[in-house]
Design a protein around this ligand. Sequence first.
Ligand code: UDP
Length: 484
Amino acid sequence: YLCLEMDGCRRKEAHVLVFPFPGQGMVNCMLKLADLLSGAGLHVTFLNTHHNHRRLSQFSGALSRLAQRPKFRFASIPDGLSEEETRSVFNFFDLEESMRTRAATSFRDLLLAYRDKDTDGWPPVTCVIADGLMPFTIDVSEEVGIPAIMFRTISACCVWAYLCIPNLLESGEIPFPEGADLDEPVRGVAGMESFLRRRDLPSFCRQARDQMDRELQVMSSVTASTNRARALILNTLESLEGSALSHIRKHSPVTYAVGPLNAQAGTSSDSGSLWQEDRDCMTWLHAQPDRSVVYVSFGSLTVVTREEYMEFWHGLVDSGQRFLWVVRSDLINMRGGGTEEKPAVPAEVEEWTRDRGCIVGWAPQEEVLAHPSVGCFVTHSGWNSTLECIAAGKPMLCWPFFADQQINSRFVSAVWEIGLDMKDLCGRSIVEKMVREVMEGERSEELRRNAREMAEMAKKSVAEGGTSYNDLQRLIQHIMSFSS
Ligand code: UDP
């Protein structure tokens, strides 16, 4: 495993193990980073949970493409949950706990095997890049003598807000008092005082009932732990989140901003999809006029109530716009005694949808966003979706649900001005009004222009000499330094 350098020194070959938290957004974006590292000539092992590896093998074009590379391989370990347990938003924190307690043991065994004697004849692992949601990986890796780097796949503004949680608790900003006005400004997240309101804080701040709230504590401590790693990677860019990045660097001095990774990887047509993509919607899109379609997707985890689903659908139809809507098989919340059937739909709504709409279970999102027929993106403001839309240069209408989505949507609307925020509102008349506003209202031209300019900025950041390009090169050098 030693190779001769130009200077005559012998060095180990760099072999990085990339380990995402088992969620669609994390897998997608860490697979893109893995792809880039492999493109730079490093050995890469991409570690999934068994559950996600099975789904990736079934549905992702990226898997078969990458698996053909001689220095790229996939591996998997159990996530500790039984096959019957759901891996949805409802038990996100159970999954987090299961990874931290049960999967950690399998991770350790695997690292030891890869460190000592690799059966595939691969060089030993020289660096671990793990999801920042799993700081236990730092302890396990360092204990077996392998340096670890954390990759947090959310926005920098949200990482910074999580780092401020202890201050917010201490100053009494959270938990909110009974009946609090959610439009009140929040003090205590430096750099955001002029626009951040209570309702824009990450959802766990809003849900917290007391200082010991489990979700708040997990997010706060997990985020604070990242500075124990050798470096932090974020899927963002300086020109978008420079202020949050400079605050984060006071906590984690070696922070690489390498995004948007989808633009940097440039392989938009094969994502790390864990769902069966319906490609017929591309044929449908080809037949629609330019900029006429509203693309709607709420990501991989969000669930809506039946009432929200129906109100949203009515609003969409009432807006008079064509639409392509991703309705996952588990989008509607069946909890609380609901039947398994979807709600009854009025004939006129069905008719409009048949004539001018297209509903799919899962779409090739990056391709859809880049399509000329798409005029705007109605999104839950997940960070991957937000960045994919920024790279495509389309305006957004945000309907955030949980985690970083509340703060992302505030940045989209009030800071970057590339969309509108429908936070906490879901009546049909609001949906109708806001969809119209983004597609053809007074501000639509301005939003489109801003979105196009931001796409240009993103393109520059990943082109040779751009900030994200340079940070990726520095990250590669950093990884190589572990094997010299
Ligand atoms: N996605 C997709 N097809 C869909 C819906 C979503 O490929 O129909 C992808 C999307 O491109 C993004 C990911 O799923 O990369 C969702 O990640 P995000 O961070 O936006 O949201 P999350 O699912 O984590 O809430």
